[in-house]
Design a protein around this ligand. Structure first.
Ligand code: IPE
Ligand code: IPE
Ligand code: MG
Length: 247
């Protein structure tokens, strides 16, 4: 399978110019990957973390400025308690294991989502790794945990209301300023693994004009050839943003 992926890889057709600046990924399919191997779903999530590390390396290799990974949605809280706990535990351990490497690889890390609903120990670790890497100026890595697009927009609207001057009305610019992603470049390319063609409440505001790449590959099987196929797909799009001119 991997061999065939390599054979059909678009890697060799990629141009160095016109790569996406910001890629977001819905990392779906861990549970099905595990099920196919008669393993518990958690085994798929563990494998998924290895792939996350690999993809961060790939993003660096292809000079992607910003990478946003969807790790846990506001709706994922409704999963069985043991799966939620094992995911939270995995996030906790991954921060412990990776924080030094993130720092030494000059990666700037930011967690987005309704972080106040996470266990307080995990919240502290998140703040601490973000601080640790604050002075880094290389790739921007955003991890969306307890993230929902609707929840983000509502939180942004409330932030605006709480700080608004009398009779001030909201605008696109002011709402954007209050989003978790404020200051990050627009998402150029969204990748979703696992075969579903839906957004599952991810980045509803930010994906307005992104190019969408869907693959049937399950997240634990995601590799360089699928990544470069997505980059090639992006490079062959004509982006018009509503006008008649391609850019
Ligand atoms: C994505 O994989 C990871 C999370 C949502 C946390 P899933 O756990 O959704 O795996 P499938 O879609 O059931 O295979
Ligand atoms: C989306 O996957 C969330 C993450 C990848 C973190 P889901 O598995 O939760 O999405 P649905 O339930 O198939 O829409
Ligand atoms: Mg899923």
């Amino acid at each position: 399978m991997k061999f065939f992926n390599f054979l059909f890889s678009r890697k060799f057709f990629l141009k160095s110019k016109g790569l996406p600046k910001h890629i977001a990924i819905i990392m779906d399919g861990n549970g099905r990957w595990a099920k196919k191997r008669l393993l518990p779903r958690e085994a798929g999530h563990v494998r998924g973390v290895h792939v996350v590390k690999n993809v961060i390396g790939l993003a660096k290799k292809y000079n992607i400025n910003s990478l946003t990974l969807f790790a846990f949605s506001t709706e994922n809280w409704t999963r069985p308690k043991n799966e939620v706990l094992s995911l939270l535990n995995l996030f906790d351990k991954s921060i412990d294991n990776e924080k030094d490497k993130i720092k030494s690889n000059n990666i700037k890390i930011k967690f987005i989502g309704d972080l106040s609903s996470l266990p307080s120990d995990l919240q502290k670790k998140i703040t601490s790794v973000e601080r640790k890497c604050k002075k880094n100026n290389g790739m921007q890595l955003n991890i969306a945990i307890s993230y929902g697009g609707r929840s983000e927009i509502v939180r942004a609207a409330n932030k605006f209301i709480n700080n608004a001057k009398a009779k001030q009305t909201i605008s696109e610019k002011l709402l954007s300023k209050n989003l978790d992603t404020y200051g990050l470049p627009e998402i150029d390319l969204l990748i979703r693994t696992g075969g579903e063609k839906r957004l599952s409440n991810f980045m509803l505001w930010q994906l307005a004009y992104s190019e969408l790449f869907f693959t049937d590959a399950l997240w634990p099987d995601f590799d360089e050839s699928i990544f470069t196929n997505a980059l090639y797909f992006f490079q062959t799009r004509k982006r018009r943003f509503g006008s008649l001119m391609d850019i």
